[in-house]
Design a protein around this ligand. Structure first.
Ligand SMILES: [Zn+2]
Ligand SMILES: [Zn+2]
Ligand SMILES: [Zn+2]
Length: 147
């Protein structure tokens, strides 16, 4: 929690009770969630909270790297997950399609492919994004090892 408070401060965003509640929600359940899921959760403690407020706070937290936002193609909806990696560390995200857990990983060999892709496309690449989906270890175990 401390590092997220620090990130808020560094980015001149106040650690409002709502922002803290959003971060705690994600830290606690370690799963990704839609803006509506977060809204439903916050309504228990912030009776008068509006959906646009939740949405705005989620996007603010995403902009400063506390949350990561992604689209699940089959539903055309955006989801958010907590970003556990340290600030500025190159990394990507992986989600479990069964339990919706989200994890960060730093392994990336894109640099070794980059030259080849640049040669093939004629582009100079300055950004890449990798987003993986799969089945987490716990889910594999609960499925009795079948894959
Ligand atoms: Zn991350
Ligand atoms: Zn899982
Ligand atoms: Zn990478």
């Amino acid at each position: 929690m401390e590092k997220y408070r620090k990130a808020l401060k560094e980015n001149k965003l106040k650690a409002t009770p709502k922002r803290i509640a959003i971060i705690k929600f994600f830290l606690k359940n370690k799963k990704y969630a839609s803006a509506f899921d977060v809204y439903c959760h916050l309504r228990a403690n912030f009776k008068k909270i509006g959906f646009p407020t939740v949405y705005r706070n989620l996007d603010n937290l995403t902009k400063i790297g506390i949350l990561t936002k992604f689209e699940l193609d089959e539903k055309n909806l955006f989801y958010y997950g907590i970003c556990a990696a340290d600030k500025g560390v190159h990394h990507h995200h992986i989600i479990c399609e069964r339990c919706h857990k989200i994890s960060d990983f730093e392994l990336c060999n894109f640099e070794s492919l980059k030259g080849e892709i640049e040669k093939e496309t004629g582009f100079l690449i300055n950004h890449h994004n990798l987003f993986l989906k799969g089945i987490c270890k716990l889910c594999q175990e609960s499925m009795g090892g079948e894959r």
